[in-house]
Design a protein around this ligand. Structure first.
Ligand code: ZN
Length: 220
């Protein structure tokens, strides 16, 4: 193919000559996209991966085997964009599954992974790959979630995205659980969680409001 533009238009990737591509001139690295639920993390992950696909880069996407929210083996954003993902039980499995030719590795729902994900992401970045990780920074108690705090520390680039507080409309950083369940992970949909700002967030679920009694006129 003589004309790259023509090849692109024809959807022909055979013109691609790796050494001539100005891609990834700085080597590999880790990007983290984080925030509360409903903040658009998966949306942003998919946006970056779509751009990589348009740039004819080889991508692979992984997610933890736990999250059955929408569809098996897919990254799904709330606005319904979908991307095929490989499901793994443990972070170390990602190293076995990444093709040496893969240039961009996407990892969704990273908070569900074991602590080894930090080493795995670092190793892939050392190999020159762009690693894009999306996950919740805090659990329903407002505590750092799984391997996320360490990933945030070692990442080259961090983007915190914000939802809208369901109570007051302010930018929201917290995930409010609307039930009394106390397990860290209750995978579910919109009716179990909502986004809240710091002021409206009730850590650990809706608390018991102390009763306020009016003065008792009959006493005294
Ligand atoms: Zn609020």
């Amino acid at each position: 193919m003589e004309d790259w533009g023509e090849a692109l238009a024809a959807g022909d990737a055979s013109w691609y000559i790796p050494s001539m591509q100005p891609r990834n001139p700085w080597g590999g690295g880790i990007e983290v996209i984080t925030g509360s639920m409903f903040s658009g993390k998966s949306e942003e992950l998919i946006r970056r991966l779509r751009r990589a696909i348009i740039a004819r880069q080889r991508i692979q996407v992984f997610k933890q085997g736990l999250d059955d929210r929408y569809a098996a083996g897919q990254v799904v954003s709330h606005s319904k964009w979908r991307l095929e993902a490989e499901r793994v039980a443990k972070a170390a499995e990602i190293l076995d599954l990444v093709d040496p030719r893969t240039e961009v590795v996407g990892i969704d729902e990273a908070q569900f992974f074991d602590a080894d994900l930090v080493r795995v992401a670092g190793h892939l970045a050392d190999l020159g790959k762009r690693v894009i990780v999306a996950g919740l920074d805090m659990d329903f108690r407002g505590q750092p979630f799984g391997p996320m705090p360490e990933l945030l520390a070692v990442a080259e680039d961090v983007e915190k995205v914000h939802a809208i507080c369901a109570r007051c409309g302010a930018p929201a950083s917290y995930t409010q659980r609307l039930s009394q369940a106390q397990e860290q992970v209750v995978v579910g949909a919109a009716d179990i969680y909502e986004a809240r700002c710091r002021r409206c967030f009730e850590p650990g679920g809706p608390g018991e409001e102390p009763e306020l009694y009016p003065p008792d006129e009959s006493e005294g």
